[in-house]
Write a protein that binds this ligand. Structure first.
Ligand SMILES: Nc1ncnc2c1ncn2[C@@H]1O[C@H](COP(=O)(O)OP(=O)(O)OP(=O)(O)O)[C@@H](O)[C@H]1O
Length: 350
């Protein structure tokens, strides 16, 4: 069974450079949490601090209510799977999976039984005698997972364990990992810079920005209500257009009705930006009304990435992308509509 993890005001510095700033985070027993953010935001450092490989400058870490801040890695009830898998080239699959048990002094017979169980669980039956070089990428990844899970950890720490797999294999492995984690009831903390991976795997996503938590919530919550331009951008709302906000209304073009912003979520009066996803914006038919923001623009370019067309629309001095069902002729005037729930408005300085 999994145990809870509590990170309390954790600070980490390398030399004089602070990397994590008083991070507080609670992970429930059995929960799957993804730490998401761009390269260098500190997610691996946070994971390694929980694992016990990095000594914090301040704050505490608890597992199952016990303070483990000073505990050595092997006394934390956690196992880590690394990006590189860190498999030993001369050690067979079975020996690799049994390695942690041998270190714990288990006898040969018990180790064999447990390794057999892990091989079945991870669909590696018949591969026990192989060396890493004789395995596919997906199989190697499962061996690394098997080595971590064999010791029955309460907490599974995953450091980008799928980044070396090709896209097609990764899809399958994601679902396997999620199923495995749920059936074992283990607590998982997963580091990734892949938004889709975090969305698919996690009960909760924690987005990091320069060593601080930018926002945390369920995937649906973050998707629908990003709290800042940084989070919106990271979650695919990469289009950005200027608007003016006054009295909780955002205005795109004087000719179109302004959008009433959710009370309490409106940025202060003045220059602001609306951020939105290409797949959530629409090109409107002439005169078609919309509850949202409407901009007037011209088609700059159309491309076909597959399934739908993706048009680049020039609005004033900005270009934005929008998915459309059919090719739009270049130079055609269009009304671009951003439905209210898809329009994320932030002060221009945010
Ligand atoms: N051992 C170290 N010594 C000095 N600086 C380090 C060390 N490890 C990490 N850093 C620095 O700390 C910052 C955060 O690194 P970290 O690896 O946690 O980021 P990350 O979000 O996991 O990035 P990536 O996705 O690239 O792994 C970076 O600026 C990095 O250069």
């Amino acid at each position: 069974m999994g145990s809870s993890v509590e990170v309390v005001e954790l600070s980490v510095a390398f030399g004089r450079t602070p990397v994590l700033h008083r991070i507080s985070l609670s992970v429930a027993a059995g929960e799957f949490v993804a730490l998401l953010g761009p390269s260098g935001c500190g997610k691996t450092t946070l994971l390694r601090s929980i694992a016990g490989f990095v000594a914090p400058a301040g704050g505490r870490i608890l597992a199952g209510g016990q303070d483990i801040t000073q505990a050595p890695p092997e006394r934390r009830g956690a196992a880590m799977v690394f990006q590189s898998y860190a498999l030993w080239p001369h050690m067979s699959v079975a020996k690799t999976i049994g390695y942690g048990l041998k270190l714990r002094g288990w006898d040969r017979v018990r180790i064999d039984v447990k390794v057999g169980e892990m091989l079945r669980l991870l669909r590696l039956e018949g591969l026990g005698d192989r060396l890493p070089a004789q395995l596919s990428g997906g199989q190697r990844q499962r061996v690394a997972l098997g080595r971590a899970l064999a010791v029955d950890p309460a907490i599974l720490l995953l450091d980008e364990p799928m980044s070396n797999l090709d896209a097609r294999v990764r899809e399958g492995v994601r679902h396997e990992l999620r199923e495995l984690q749920q059936s074992l009831g283990i607590t998982a903390i997963h580091v990734t810079h892949d938004r889709e991976e975090a969305m698919i795997l996690a009960d909760r996503i924690v987005i990091l920005h320069e060593g601080r938590i930018a926002q945390q919530g369920t995937p649906e919550d973050l998707w629908a209500r990003p709290a800042s331009a940084y989070v919106a951008d990271f979650l695919g709302a990469t289009n950005c257009l200027p608007v003016r906000v006054h009295d909780e209304m955002a205005e795109a073009a004087p000719a179109e009705p302004p959008l009433r912003l959710e009370p309490g979520r409106a940025p202060p009066n003045g220059p602001a930006n609306v951020r939105f996803r290409p797949e959530e914006a629409r090109v409107l038919a002439p005169g078609e009304p919309l509850d949202g923001l409407v901009f007037h623009g011209v088609v700059a370019l159309s491309a076909y990435p597959g399934g739908r067309w993706r048009a680049s629309i020039r609005i004033g001095r900005d270009d934005v992308l929008v998915d459309v069902p059919d090719r739009l002729p270049e130079g055609a005037p269009v009304r671009l509509g951003i439905p209210a729930p898809a329009a994320h408005v932030f002060a221009a300085t945010a």
